[in-house]
Design a protein around this ligand. Structure first.
Ligand SMILES: Cc1cc2nc3c(=O)[nH]c(=O)nc-3n(C[C@H](O)[C@H](O)[C@H](O)COP(=O)(O)OP(=O)(O)OC[C@H]3O[C@@H](n4cnc5c(N)ncnc54)[C@H](O)[C@@H]3O)c2cc1C
Length: 419
């Protein structure tokens, strides 16, 4: 295939959230796509909760997936910020007219995407850890750890924060940096703590950060970001069993006036989800090279407190498929990056400050509390509407990006796109 021809086949590396969505979108675009996942089996049951923003759900509608995912979520109409004593610092509500964020279990989202991908005829192969690529003039070959190889027109790295494809695109690409926090979570069926009226309460405790939401049916979710100076890998964090972590978590909130200790005490060791170290991902300078391109957390991972990680991954997956549908791959990759980079980097800038605040020491905490009070008064929800108000018009034709000297958005997906 020469560079001026349309793409017919794609290898999608990584079967997390972005991988199956990319493959389904490519299939809808008439491009054959197979997903290759490193894990030997599906990740059923893995992970804790994540939020899907209205923009992520709208993006799923572009490929007919929204109706499958919407019923899985519980609404999160806003975030109430509190200090260690449970005193309210401020609230970030939903912009007027914007549907609430949805809180859902990653495992349920994952299962729904897998089942639908299967139903649509997308092949997902497990036990396929990408270790290298061979690039020819006309095609690209993926090399897997099990000694097998497979070839297609393009290779898409949907392989998450610790992407193998990212350094293959650019050996100098940055990697994730430890944010000084370890994350835990749990879901409880019934708690004796007052409901939080569809809002997630987040408190900057004396020693750690605590978030919780109690739903109408008295079920609850909570999460902790525990400061930990020494970097730890996920495996190291998980080596300490839940029954040892739980007292440490309880102890971290002993001086606080929030329901943290009560919720942690109500948690059995088998309910504790040890999520692992939190990491920040710097901006990735190069998104594609030759026949390789990146999508999802592999190329843009906002802080986990942004509530936008999965949504941006979904948006990018679908926009990449549209670009490959309408343009030969070099122009498609350029149009994709020109469409996505300004939006994702703007969202990352708007949402990254939070991790620093969570890991702060005592003086930092007082300053943060003060800054958050002022910030939440100044930032009006309507000013954040641009983040949620993003529509993908699947039918609209993508045109080639202008030369780098030109400015402004390059793909016209819809009158309301990319603000
Ligand atoms: C098991 C798991 C649990 C998670 N739990 C949560 C959670 O509770 N809350 C939350 O907010 N986010 C969670 N995340 C992250 C979240 O899914 C992402 O931030 C977001 O949805 C973007 O998804 P992604 O597909 O880009 O990346 P991911 O969801 O991280 O998916 C990347 C996939 O690529 C695979 N992969 C990596 N390297 C290779 C390779 N060399 N070859 C082949 N495959 C490879 C990984 O095994 C993984 O399945 C979790 C991720 C994973 C993998």
């Amino acid at each position: 295939m020469s560079d001026s021809r349309q793409t017919r086949s794609a290898l999608v590396i990584g079967g997390g959230i972005a991988g199956p969505v990319t493959a389904m979108a490519l299939r809808q675009a008439g491009i054959e796509a197979t997903v290759y996942e490193a894990y030997p089996h599906t990740a059923e049951g893995a992970g804790a909760g994540l939020s899907l923003a209205p923009n992520g759900l709208d993006a799923l509608d572009a490929i007919g997936l929204g109706h499958l995912v919407r019923p899985l979520g519980k609404p999160m109409a806003g975030i109430v910020l509190q200090d260690w004593a449970g005193r309210r610092l401020g609230e970030f509500g939903n912009p007027p007219g914007v549907p609430p964020m949805q809180f859902l279990r990653r495992a349920e989202l994952y299962r729904a995407l897998y089942q639908e991908a299967e139903r649509r005829g997308v092949r997902i192969e497990h036990g396929k850890r990408l270790v290298g690529v061979e690039e020819g003039a006309d095609q690209v070959t993926a090399l897997f750890a099990d000694g097998t190889r497979t070839t297609a027109d393009v290779l898409i790295g949907a392989d998450g924060l610790r992407s193998t494809v990212r350094p293959l695109v650019d050996p100098a690409a940055p990697g994730p940096q430890y944010a000084g926090l370890i994350s835990f979570g749990a879901e409880l069926e019934r708690v004796a703590v007052p409901g939080t009226e569809d809002r997630m309460n987040m408190s900057f405790g004396k020693r750690a950060f605590f978030g919780y939401q109690v739903f109408e049916d008295a079920s609850a979710v909570w999460f902790v970001n525990l400061p930990h100076r020494e970097p730890m890998t996920a495996a190291e964090v998980q080596r300490t069993p839940a029954r040892q972590w739980l007292p440490r978590l309880r102890e971290a909130f002993a001086e606080d006036g929030t329901p943290a200790t009560r919720l942690i005490e109500a948690t059995d060791p088998d309910q504790l989800i040890i999520v692992g170290p939190m990491e920040n991902m710097p901006a990735v300078p190069t998104w594609s090279r030759g026949r390789l391109v990146l999508v999802g957390d592999a190329v843009h991972a906002p802080s986990s407190s942004s509530g936008q990680g999965a949504s941006l991954a979904i948006e990018s997956a679908i926009q990449l498929a549209r670009c490959l549908r309408d343009l030969p791959h070099p122009q498609a990759f350029a149009a994709y990056e020109a469409e996505r980079r300004p939006r994702v980097e703007k969202i990352i800038r708007a949402t990254t400050r939070k991790n620093g605040a969570k890991a702060a020491g005592p003086v930092g905490r007082v300053l943060n509390a003060w800054a958050l009070r002022v910030f939440s008064k100044l930032v009006k929800p309507a000013k954040m509407a641009w983040m949620f108000d993003y529509r993908i018009d699947w039918e609209a034709r993508v045109t080639a990006a202008p030369s780098p000297s030109a400015t402004g958005p390059v793909t016209r997906s819809a009158p309301s796109a990319a603000r």
